[in-house]
Design a protein around this ligand. Structure first.
Ligand code: 5AD
Ligand code: SF4
Length: 443
């Protein structure tokens, strides 16, 4: 059914929380809603449709949805036709309960309902009934072409969805459902199409990219090899890896195609203590993880590593936390993303009684981040007076300043006298900061 005011341009505002998967989903929503004549607006007060694309991986996610939607109360009074919806992981987790708890909401749609968004919005406009759509599409194969309105230099491409690992702290298997992979031939075509639209770099996305399995049987290493050999894409990145499934075959493919596959690996460790790792259900020990990290650096010398760490997991003793601290001396992480453990609904660890106090968790987080700051500073020095290869993503005409990422994923700033966006250039690094680099363009 077609909405009565289809044809008249309307505004949609989407606020996005959480991971790159959500950023990509938001882009998909904008693209789908364009078909209904909705154009993105930069502030909520200019919108006819507001969507909160929510995240529930950590810290008070439901509360964040309540407070954001609450801010639109006056707007809704002023504009009775305004519709407000919540998508993403909180929507999937709470389903119709969210409509009951947040009366301002008009619709809730889950992580598998994004492609139904145009229909949901049309039904909503036509019938004015509240809508909930939060079923998992278990039966359907995972066939989703990347949808981006104006792809820039770099774009995300989903290769898998869902997760079957059930780490005991993590809500994702409950909010994103069972793991599914897109067929390899679809991905090759998708990336080829993106290159025709000017895309130079793709970041392949999945909760655990290393367990990717195409319906033809190809694994992740074979997918990477095919993308590097059979498409004109210039740069390939991927996230997130799982240490238990990250293997030597993949590192060898990365090294073999180092011109195209970037030498940066995000390898979430979560803890440096084997007992904690077992209780987290991670599937590897401290020693196995360290061996893998060393194997990567041996096969790919100079590659950059980063990680995710949780402090204050239930029952984590002071000694076990110290093992996480010492891991920083064993594995040269250029950046870490560290979090206080936060109990999540449906997860095993949330039900355990030995929860740590917030004060204890904060102290551990502070110590970890403080120690890593110094390590990152030391590690960054290796780029000083070195040449790095940068894909230029932005250029400011007025200042002549350009920036982009080095192969090792460092944001690099330099002066250029012409627009270099989309080009890969060599930059000689003059100053290396822990997370960014400053250098001179080598013409
Ligand atoms: N508490 C704290 N951090 C978490 N993460 C996932 N679940 C939780 C939780 N319950 C972190 C992990 C993961 C990253 C995306 O978020 O480190 O790798
Ligand atoms: Fe969550 Fe573990 Fe799956 Fe990552 S691998 S999404 S941490 S359950």
């Amino acid at each position: 059914m077609i909405s009565h005011d289809l044809g008249k341009e309307k505004g949609v505002y989407i606020s996005t929380y959480g991971c790159q998967m959500n950023v990509n989903d938001t882009e998909r929503m904008y693209t789908l809603l364009e078909m209904l004549n909705y154009s993105p607006v930069s502030t909520a007060d200019r919108a006819d449709l507001i969507i909160v694309n929510s995240c529930s991986v950590r810290e008070k996610p439901v509360h964040k949805v309540h407070s954001e939607v609450g801010r639109y109360k006056d707007l809704k009074i002023k504009k009775p036709h305004l519709k407000i919806g919540v998508g993403g992981c909180v929507a999937q987790q709470e389903k119709k309960k969210l409509l009951k708890d947040v009366p301002l909401l008009d619709f809730v749609f889950g992580t598998d309902a994004i492609d139904q968004l145009p229909k949901i919005v049309q039904d909503l406009m036509a019938q004015n009934n509240k809508v909930v759509s939060a079923q998992f599409e278990h039966a359907k194969p995972y066939h989703v072409e990347t949808l981006v309105r104006n792809p820039g230099v770099s774009t995300f491409v989903n290769i898998t969805k869902g997760c079957d690992n059930f780490c005991t702290f993590c809500v994702v298997p409950f909010t994103r459902g069972r793991e599914r992979s897109r067929p390899l031939r679809h991905l090759l075509q998708d990336v080829l199409n993106l290159t025709k639209r000017g895309v130079k770099e793709v970041t392949l996305l999945g909760q655990n990219v290393n367990s990717y399995t195409s319906e033809c049987g190809a694994n992740f290493a074979q997918l990477m090899k095919a993308l590097a050999s059979d498409t004109p894409i210039e740069r390939i990145r991927f996230t997130t890896s799982h240490p238990k499934d990250f293997d030597e075959e993949l590192v060898s493919v990365m090294q073999e195609h180092r011109d195209k596959i970037m030498d940066y690996i995000h390898l979430p460790v979560q803890s440096g203590n084997s007992e904690v790792l077992a209780r987290m259900n991670r599937g590897y020990t401290r020693e196995e993880y360290i061996r893998k990290a060393k194997m990567i650096l041996e096969i790919m010398p100079g590659a950059a590593l980063s990680t995710d760490i949780i402090v204050g997991f239930p029952g984590e003793t002071q000694g076990q936390f110290e093992d996480t601290m010492t891991l920083l001396d064993e594995v040269p992480y250029e950046s870490i993303f560290s979090f206080k453990y936060s109990p999540r609904p449906f997860t095993k660890a949330a039900r355990w009684e030995d929860q740590l106090s917030d004060k204890e968790k904060s102290q551990r987080l502070y110590r970890l981040q403080d120690q890593h700051k110094q390590i990152a500073f030391e590690l960054a020095k290796r780029y000083q007076n070195q040449k790095v290869s940068v894909l230029v993503e932005e250029y400011d005409e007025e200042t002549g300043k350009a920036n982009g990422r080095s192969t090792q994923n460092k944001l690099t700033h330099f002066q250029a006298d012409r627009n270099l966006v989309g080009e890969t250039v060599q930059v000689l690094i003059k100053e290396a900061f822990p997370q960014t680099l400053r250098g001179e363009w080598i013409r």
